[in-house]
Design a protein around this ligand. Structure first.
Ligand code: GN1
Ligand code: MG
Length: 374
């Protein structure tokens, strides 16, 4: 996308000044993101082309994002905080809408940039991990009184782990790229675990687990941290905010944050669940949610982490088999390596589920006091 092209797109938005340059961001796997520099002393913006192959209804997507951002902004303001730093501000288009379709059909939106912040793709620093977990905990708390059924499902059956297995099976059956033989071990690994995959969806269906407003992509890299204080001040990447389980967000935070390696590290020897990182995340998450989390949710936290990891492995594996249709990849076998990494992490968690449960239980009781944990 040339600067000229981006300039024309930017003209559709109510920016306070004319952009002087556009700087591409590379960390997401789905949308195309640019930092819009409007020159010294002016507000800065984020311009994003929405992947409409994945998010097929941008109107519904932007409705969700605006609604929940305003809800959070109101809470922040009530507590005397700065909503422009602690919530996402959607920038209107000149036509009064919240997204713009360019003449080629590209679908764009813009946010106010939050300045003096940093985000991380990986960390071994417990303070940073704690802040990321606390930020997602706070996000869930702020939205705990927002009616989940008032939001659209931006991607149908997004965390239906069992459904993800069905899609994988179909990809194996077709074997479009003739890659199934190479991935037989990984495919067998997943098939053996079919019985575990509906733990959360069944829990929601039978009322054991609550349906809440959840982020659903709760990765460390989706938290902006204040450069001066280190506090996790704003959760970003709100595309998948929709009805879900708190276990999805806890699980994603652990999957991404508590591994000893990045999610695409190739050397599997280095991929393990760090129990000390896990404990930091439990503490950060539970610290914010002590009055919100139910006993059943607290008891199921380890399953949340395990299932989100398994599910991500299934998704990368499926995408490798179908020829890399969904995730952006940086080299031909990127999805293969990501899949192996995530399934290795899931296998390691399996060995540690009891220790993970002990940690969750002890932190929960420390915060809550008495009573048996389901
Ligand atoms: C995608 O948007 P991004 O790149 O942070 C994906 C998540 C996966 C993640 C794996 C909409 O997230 O579900 O967990 O990659 N988002 C979507 O890192 O599919
Ligand atoms: Mg995302």
């Amino acid at each position: 996308m040339s600067p000229k092209y981006l300039e024309r797109v930017a003209q559709a938005f109510c920016f306070a000044a004319k952009p002087v340059r556009f700087i591409p961001f590379s960390s997401g796997h789905i949308n195309n993101t640019f930092f819009v520099d409007c020159g010294e002393g002016n507000p800065q913006y984020i311009l994003q082309r929405i992947n409409t192959g994945i998010f097929q209804n941008p109107g519904q997507l932007m409705f969700n994002i605006k609604e929940i951002s305003l809800h959070i902004a109101r809470k922040v303001a009530d507590e005397g905080g700065d909503p422009s730093r602690r919530s996402r501000t959607v920038i209107a288009t000149n036509y009064g809408g919240d997204f713009y379709v360019d003449p080629d059909g590209g679908c764009w939106r813009a946010f106010l940039e939050i300045e003096n912040v940093v985000s991380y793709d990986f960390t071994d620093d417990p303070q940073i991990l704690y802040q990321s977990a606390a930020a997602f905990g706070r996000f869930l708390k702020q939205l705990s009184d927002y009616p989940a059924d008032a939001l659209y499902e931006t991607i149908a059956n997004f965390h239906d782990t069992r459904g993800r297995l069905a899609v994988l099976k179909e990809a194996v059956r077709r074997d479009k790229m003739s890659r199934a033989a190479e991935m037989q071990r990984e495919i067998d690994f997943v098939l053996k675990r079919a019985g575990d995959l509906s733990y959360i969806t069944d829990g929601i269906a039978d009322g054991r687990l609550l349906l809440r407003v959840t982020h659903n992509d709760a990765k460390l890299s989706n938290v902006l941290m204040d450069k001066d204080t280190g506090e996790g001040i704003c959760v970003i990447d709100l595309d998948t905010v929709m009805p879900g389980s708190l276990l999805y967000d806890f699980g994603e935070t652990v999957r991404f944050g508590a591994s000893t390696a990045k999610e695409d590290a190739v050397s599997l020897d280095g991929v393990e669940l760090s129990l000390s990182k896990y404990e930091v995340i439990v503490r950060g998450f539970m610290g914010e949610l002590r009055d919100v989390i139910t006993k059943e949710e607290a008891a199921s936290l380890p399953m949340g982490a395990y299932l989100m990891t398994l599910e991500t492995g299934i998704r990368f594996l499926t995408d490798y088999l179908v020829g890399d249709a969904y995730y952006q990849t940086r080299y031909p076998a990127h999805n293969r390596d990501r899949a192996r990494n995530q399934l290795k992490l899931a296998a390691d968690m399996e060995q540690k589920l009891e220790q993970m449960r002990q940690i969750a239980v002890s932190v929960y009781f420390h915060k809550k006091g008495a009573g048996p944990l389901a």
